[in-house]
Design a protein around this ligand. Structure first.
Ligand SMILES: C[S@@+](CC[C@H](N)C(=O)[O-])C[C@H]1O[C@@H](n2cnc3c(N)ncnc32)[C@H](O)[C@@H]1O
Length: 888
């Protein structure tokens, strides 16, 4: 025994999966292969009917029943018997036989399988009859069964071995399934050549070409055969037997061909390898017999081609070549080929010319483009140098030879018209003239330059156009590649799929999200006067903003800020349909760019709303801008209001200032107004209220929320601080037109650092611990039911006890005895009914329904199950002992 164990170990067979299988009660370590395959592709959980071909000893069947929904139909078949597994139908059969197919049909009735598994391997030795079937053939047989029993969209999982047939099998799978993936689960030993192919989404074609399921057709290798024949004729000594049988449809062993066909043949070597004899029966051949070149050697060689040597073949080939030359057969072939070519591509001269022209224009355009790009680069450099004052425009002209050197420095010319003499004589008018000339030159150069720059601009525009096209193409390609990558990753990665689904549900409502945009429209600053002054105030407010007006009716919460010192008694209110949240608005590009009534954009208003501008900037702004509207004052006042409220929180409010602001502002809350902090919740109106409700019900569930709540409670921070923190580089980021892959990447890597303290994390951990310690819902419910029943029983007993107590016919002793009995019965829980265990062996083997002689509740178990139960008990005992030792 020791030896056997050693031997097993030396092969590395008793690996961790072997032990795991033993520990977890699986009959074979291969069970983990299916577990791992299912983990990757999730096909078991959503299946109701499964067939396992080659299922013994039943590891996969155990896994299937464990992962599939309860009361699913699981059928297993194998050459050897499979010990019963609860809830599984098994039978012994050879999957390559018609009987197996019939049996499966009978078990399946009208059902269709969601999954067909095949982990078969020919049993060398044991199933000796079937050794002839190779693994690949077995796969094809199981695939054939799968095509018969699988439902449309179903999954077929099979084991294949890397061999010359592997790619052919893959090709066949691909004809029948939409998704075919080969994988090697970690539990499959590296030394093993096995691979598992998971074929998903069965196409279920109405008609399947029988050839793609026929091993002969699928695994035949025509090309190789031809090649073999070719090499065979030069190695005639090596005689191979016909192991592959006869060719399809040709069952004759001795093949003959008229010798003239050999002469005509374009592939003489294959012809020589394919026939046994060349005959001289045709008239043409008979003629050839009379020719001198047809020597006795040639004639003899044609009689039995299979016994020829290298030299004999050469003789025959030479003879053929001479004849072909004589008949000009090769030239004719060549001519034929040429004619075919000409026929195939009839191109007249015009077309040729056009094609050539098109080519030339293309080349020319490319060349021009290159030149233009070079020139533009040069010009850009020039402009940069100009901007850096490294050169002046005249330099360009000089460099370009524009305003000729001769004109400025032409000493000859000067000397000719006495200018030089005049200069020598001190006539400075000449110099003045030059200076004037210089000016005009400058202008001239400037004009030149301007014209050239404009020209350059146009050229660059043109170039940029083509560059833009190129960029757009590239972007499109990258987008497509990215979506392909996402799709394939979603197919492979369940986590990624789940994340995608989460993202879809909980999509980030960023700046440009349409939905948020619409919500935003409702969130504009609504300058709405009170009914008496509505017309006049409307004319001053942002009239164009129809949206804000139209939606005001929907308002859920409204804060009205009335400005009493304004000339027209104008009241402004900030209407927030969805959230009242300033934080929310931060991210909304559309809202930010919208003009408020003061002519500033919302973003600008918010910017000037900061404390820093409170006393200075906005006052100055108000003074500077004579026509500053009431809304600007509103912004100013709003800032003051915020400062006042902060001072209130700090408890250090300045009395004077408070008075001041009080005189200016009053806050009117509408009926259903929510407190400001509640309004600060992120999300739309619904999410807002949902989030609040959830927080009230379950408490704070994230470490950030706890941290923020603590900071608020400890007055370490105010709501305004949180709002200010909301201003980050992310807040105004414009994601318009950015490609999806870029945004996804940003989302992945660019995460704000949220405030989380150690205490908050600990608090959350404690909360989760408490949650984990709670019994699960089902147990709690069962306990409650039990309690309820007990209370009912006791109440009933109490009622009966009162009746007994009131019974005048009973003595006190009798009453006490009866009441005692009653209460004892009421408090005692009913004993559990005994379940008789019946082992399915002997007369009980294979019995369907109640076994003979068994009354009451019973449970059928098989020997294996009994053993398994015993092993389970042993394990439990061991574990208890171990834990007891540990405690000591
Ligand atoms: C690797 S075992 C299968 C293990 C199984 N998946 C499990 O987890 O227990 C391969 C099985 O294929 C079976 N087999 C081989 N050829 C077969 C055939 N023609 N018909 C049915 N079963 C066959 C063998 O009897 C053997 O039990």
């Amino acid at each position: 025994m020791g030896k056997a164990r050693e031997k097993k170990n030396s092969k590395g067979r008793l690996d961790k999966y072997y032990h795991l299988a033993k520990e977890q009660g699986y009959r074979a370590r291969s069970a983990f292969k299916l577990i791992q395959l299912n983990k990757k592709y999730n096909f078991l959980e959503k299946s109701r009917v499964l067939i396992d071909l080659c299922a013994a000893p039943g590891g996969w069947l155990q896994v299937a029943t464990k992962y599939m929904p309860q009361s699913s139909l699981v059928i297993g078949v194998d050459l050897v018997s499979i010990k019963p597994i609860p809830g599984v139908i098994t039978f012994q059969d050879d999957i390559t036989t018609e009987r197996c197919r019939q049996n499966l049909r009978q078990e399946m009735k009208t059902w269709k399988a969601d999954v067909v598994l095949h982990d078969g391997a020919p049993n060398v030795g044991r199933a000796w009859v079937h050794d002839a079937f190779s693994q690949s053939e077995l796969v094809l047989v199981s695939l054939k069964l799968a095509t018969e029993f699988l439902t449309k969209g179903g999954t077929f999982v099979t084991k294949v071995f890397r061999s010359k047939d592997y790619n052919k099998l893959l090709w066949v799978f691909q004809q029948l399934f939409r998704k075919v993936e080969a994988t090697k689960p970690p539990s499959s030993r590296n030394v093993s050549a096995e691979i598992f192919v998971v074929c998903r989404d069965f196409i279920a074609p109405k008609k399947i070409d029988p050839r793609i399921l026929d091993p002969k057709a699928v695994f035949s290798d025509v090309g190789a055969e031809e090649q073999k024949k070719m090499t065979d004729i030069f190695k005639p000594d090596k005689k191979n037997r016909h192991r592959d049988g006869y060719e399809d449809g040709d069952y004759t062993m001795h093949k003959t061909l008229d010798v003239m066909e050999f002469v005509r043949s374009n592939d003489p070597i294959t012809t020589l390898g394919s026939y046994n004899q060349f005959t001289w029966n045709s008239d043409e051949s008979k003629e050839l017999l009379k020719r001198d070149i047809t020597t006795e050697d040639v004639k003899l060689n044609t009689e039995d081609l299979k016994v020829l040597g290298k030299g004999d073949f050469k003789t025959l080939l030479k003879w053929r070549a001479t004849l072909r030359e004589e008949y000009k057969m090769d030239k004719k072939e060549e001519q034929k080929a040429k004619a075919a070519l000409i026929e195939e591509e009839p191109m007249d001269e015009d077309e040729l010319l056009e094609a050539e022209l098109a080519n030339l224009t293309k080349e020319e355009a490319a060349k021009k483009k290159r030149e233009r790009r070079k020139a533009n680069e040069k010009k850009m450099k020039l402009i940069q140098r100009m901007q850096l004052n490294m050169i002046i425009p005249t330099d360009i002209a000089l460099e370009d030879g524009g305003v000729a050197d001769e004109e400025v420095f032409n000493i000859k010319k000067i000397s000719k018209d006495d200018s030089l003499a005049k200069l020598h004589a001190g006539d400075m008018s000449m110099a003045d003239e030059f200076a004037e000339d210089d000016d005009t030159n400058d202008i001239k150069v400037d004009k030149n330059l301007r014209g050239r720059v404009r020209e350059m601009d146009m050229e660059m525009d043109e170039d940029m156009d083509s560059d833009e096209d190129y960029d757009r193409d590239l972007e499109q390609q990258m987008d497509e590649a990215y979506s392909r990558y996402k799709q394939s990753r979603a197919e492979r990665d369940a986590k990624f799929r789940a994340k995608q689904a989460r993202d879809e549900d909980d999509e980030w409502n960023g700046f440009d999200d349409k939905k948020r945009k619409n919500e935003n429209r409702d969130k504009t600053f609504d300058s709405d006067s009170e009914s008496s002054s509505s017309e006049s105030s409307n004319s001053e407010s942002d009239d164009d903003d129809d949206d804000s007006d139209s939606d005001s009716g929907d308002e859920n919460t409204t804060h009205k800020v009335a400005k009493t010192s304004a000339p027209k008694e104008k009241k402004l209110k900030i209407a927030t349909k969805s959230s009242n949240s300033l934080m929310n608005d931060l991210g909304e590009k559309a809202a930010l760019s919208k003009k408020t009534a003061n002519g500033l954009t919302t973003a600008a208003s918010m910017f000037f709303d900061q404390d820093i501008f409170q006393d200075v900037a906005l006052d100055e702004l108000v003074e500077d801008e004579k026509e500053s509207s009431d809304d600007e004052e509103f912004i100013l006042e709003q800032s003051r209001k915020r400062k006042r409220s902060r001072n209130d929180v700090d408890g250090s409010s300045n009395g004077e200032e408070q008075q001041d602001t009080e005189s200016d502002f009053e806050i009117e809350a509408t009926e259903d107004a929510v407190p400001l902090d509640e309004a600060m919740w992120d999300g739309g109106e619904d999410e807002n209220s949902k989030a609040m409700k959830k927080a009230l019900e379950t408490g704070l569930t994230t470490a950030e929320a706890i941290t923020m709540a603590r900071q608020l409670a400890n007055k370490e921070k105010t709501i305004e601080d949180f709002i200010d923190d909301g201003f980050s580089k992310e807040a105004f980021r414009d994601k318009d037109g950015l490609p999806e892959w870029f945004l996804d990447d940003e989302k992945h890597h660019n995460k704000p650092n949220l405030p989380v303290t150690k205490e908050a994390m600990n608090q959350l951990r404690e909360k989760l611990k408490a949650l984990n310690a709670r019994p699960i819902k089902k147990i709690a419910e069962a306990k409650a039911r039990k309690k309820f029943k007990a209370v009912q029983r006791i109440a009933k007993a109490q009622k009966k006890a009162t009746d007994i107590a009131d019974n005048p016919d009973m003595s006190e002793k009798e009453k006490a005895k009866n009441i005692g009995k009653l209460l004892a019965r009421a408090t005692k829980s009913k004993p559990k009914k005994d379940v008789k265990i019946v082992v399915a062996k002997g007369a009980n083997r294979g019995v369907k329904g109640r076994p003979k002689g068994v009354k009451g509740r019973y449970k059928m178990v098989d020997g294996v199950m009994k053993n398994e139960r015993r092993a389970e008990k042993r394990r439990e005992k061991k574990a208890k002992k171990r834990s007891g030792n540990g405690r000591r």
